[in-house]
Each structure stands twice: as C-alpha cells, then as structure tokens.
Design a protein around this ligand. Structure first.
Ligand SMILES: Nc1ncnc2c1ncn2[C@@H]1O[C@H](COP(=O)(O)OP(=O)(O)OP(=O)(O)O)[C@@H](O)[C@H]1O
Ligand SMILES: [Mg+2]
Length: 340
C-alpha cells in the first residue's frame, strides 16, 4: 500500500514547511558526508564540545582503524562547520532539543544518555544518541525496507537521498495525550493510544478525543498531505488547545501499529469493534485496557538483550553466570585486601 514515494513523503524535511503552524518549531540541517560517515563507523567515539579544542575520541585509545577514521573526521572542516551550525540551532530553539534524522529519532538509545532522555543540550549529547541507535542506522542504511523484503533492494535509491539532522524544540509531552492515528485511503479508520501504559481516564474521554482528532484531521491534514494511507502522530495537550502534529509515518509494517495488528489496519482481518458496533463516530479507538505496561517492539531494540533477560528472569543461566562473576570479583577483592 506504500511505495517509496509514500515513504519519502513522510521524511521530515518534505512535510515540515507545509505544516509549520501545526507542529513543534524545528530546524532542519543538511548533513554533510563527513557526519554521515561518522555515524556509520561502528565504534562510539564522541566529539569534544569545547570550541577551542580539537576533538579527541573518548574510550579505549588503541589505534584501531575506526579510531583513526574518527580522528580524521573530527578535524574535517565540513564536520566542524556542521558542528557549529548544530550549536547555533540549539540556541535558536531555546537550548534544549529533540534530535532525529529524516524519519527516526534515537528513541531506542535514551538509556545511554546521562539524563536517560532524548533531551539534548549540546553537540556531543546528540552524537552519543545518534551513534547508539539502531533506528538511526536503519534510516541511514535501509530506509525503504519493508519487512519480508530483500534487505538490499533499495541500495541504489539511498545513494541519492539527502540526509538531514532535524532538531526540534524540546517540549514536555505528557504521554497520556499522545495518539497514533491510522488513515487508509484518506479515511481516518483507527486511533491508538501511543504510550503502552494504562491511563484510566483515556477511555472515559474517548468520545472527546476522537472528535477533536477527527476535526483536526479534516481541517489541517486530509487535503494537505499527499499520501492516501499513512499513520499520523498527534499530541493533545488538553484544555482548549489544538492538537499538535508530531510526525507522519508510512502505512507499512515497519511502523509500530501499537494496539492494532497490520492485518486489521490493512483490512485483511475485521476489527471486533466494527462487528459489535462499538466504533466511535466511525473510528475504532483503542487504549491500554488494564493496569500494567504492554510489551512493545522497542523493548527489543532498547537495552542490550542480556540486560533484558536478566531483568525479566527469562534466562536463568545468565543470572547464574552473573552471580558467579560477582562471587569471583568479591573473592578477588577480599584476597587483594588480605595482601594490604
Ligand atoms: N519536540 C519534542 N520534545 C520532547 N519530546 C518529543 C518531541 N518530539 C517527540 N517527542 C517524544 O518522542 C517520541 C517519538 O517522537 P517521534 O514520533 O518524532 O519519533 P519517531 O522516531 O518518528 O517515532 P516512531 O518510530 O514511533 O515513528 C514522541 O512520542 C514524543 O513522546
Ligand atoms: Mg515517526
């Protein structure tokens, strides 16, 4: 249902100019080759923020090829010029920004940030997040991939893509006000709560939510966005304030369908609410029904798998290994202190 042009239309720089008044203030910076090369180097070296210092990679300074390549990039004029444009943009946007590339933010990498969030105040914060994110690597290497298709089918097309770094003014967003809306053939068919936490009041206010999303969609989006099918992310700040456009995403299975299945959204399987006459003003609305948190795809790409399995107790062998390691470490420390 979505071709390459539909995916391109969802890239930030293509829609931002037309929707400036409906979304968060942002700055789009063309990414020079040196910065893209830097992002694609495997190891994570982060540049220095000080203006008058030449950048040095942090971490283990063994003279690996990656380190030499990174050192060269850090002193490249194009890279330094880009860095100063980023610093200026951060100031223009009030000192705190949310970073993303053409389509994706590094939301799978927030755990590496010192503050555990995607809020960035300087160039090195942005570099650390972008370099630690698999979603960013996906944007750079495989943006047109649709599940079950050949990984390299789009290699020729991405050579011509212009990559951008998008910096958005940081806003305090309340997760209970975020919704993903599904539009099929220009018709708003479904709305899902975006966060997978349960909020008891969301279901109580669903009539109002659907009404305000429907009228925003009709008035501001429907005839102005070129795709016929897509996913639209909105933030409803509450009170009388109008919804805020957060993002457009392609109508393909790499986009998280949240409380729906792609079979339902594509019409291959009927939705139970339609059969039971429970649609709200013609739209199927779903929120997380009970206490707790639903599992989501992002869990699989956020923390390293070992951490996840340890935390959930899914793999007891890992826990036993960890305990053994700890025991060994403490016996080594106690024998060290014996020597003191
Ligand atoms: N300007 C902002 N300030 C603070 N938080 C933001 C901002 N923009 C987005 N966010 C938060 O980050 C989340 C992800 O943002 P966004 O949808 O732009 O990323 P994405 O990578 O396109 O996500 P997805 O892969 O789900 O489409 C949002 O749900 C919102 O909670
Ligand atoms: Mg998105």
């Amino acid at each position: 249902m979505s071709g390459q042009q539909d995916i391109l239309n969802c890239s930030f720089s293509l829609w931002y100019e037309n929707f400036k008044q409906d979304t968060v203030k942002s700055v789009v910076l063309k990414m020079p080759k040196a910065f893209k090369d830097y992002l694609l180097i495997d190891r994570v070296f982060v540049p220095n923020d000080a203006d008058n210092e030449r950048e040095e990679p942090i971490g283990n300074l063994s003279h690996s090829l990656d380190e030499l390549k990174t050192k060269e990039i850090f002193t490249n004029e194009e890279f330094l010029d880009f860095k100063s444009r980023v610093v200026t943009a951060i100031q223009t946007l009030g000192g705190k920004v949310f970073p993303k590339l053409n389509w994706s933010s590094p939301k799978d990498a927030s755990w590496v940030a010192v503050n555990g969030s995607l809020c960035c105040e300087n160039f090195s914060d942005i570099c650390l997040l972008l370099k630690s994110s698999e979603f960013i690597t996906h944007d750079l290497t495989n943006p047109f991939r649709i599940r079950d298709q050949d990984e390299n089918s789009d290699a020729a097309d991405i050579l011509h893509l212009e990559y951008t770094l998008v910096l958005r003014k940081w806003c305090d967003i309340n997760a209970s006000g975020e919704f993903r809306c599904f539009i099929r053939n220009k018709v708003l068919i479904a709305i899902s709560q975006r966060s997978l936490h349960h909020f008891s009041f969301i279901d109580l206010g669903k009539e109002m939510t659907v009404q305000s999303i429907r009228s925003f969609y009709k008035r501001h989006i429907k005839d102005r966005f070129p795709n016929s099918s897509y996913c639209l992310d909105l933030y409803l700040p509450g009170g009388n304030r109008k919804p805020v456009l957060i993002d457009f995403n392609p109508f393909v299975d790499v986009t998280d369908s949240l409380m729906f299945s792609w079979d339902e959204l594509k019409g291959h399987k009927s939705m139970v609410e339609i059969e039971q006459g429970l649609a709200v003003q013609g739209v199927v609305f779903r929120s997380v029904p009970t206490e707790g948190v639903l599992s989501t795809d992002i869990r699989n790409s956020a923390y390293p798998l070992d951490f996840q399995q340890l935390a959930s107790g899914e793999d007891p062998a890992k826990l036993i290994d960890l305990l053994k390691l700890q025991q060994r470490a403490s016996s080594l420390t106690s024998s060290d202190s014996d020597l003191d």
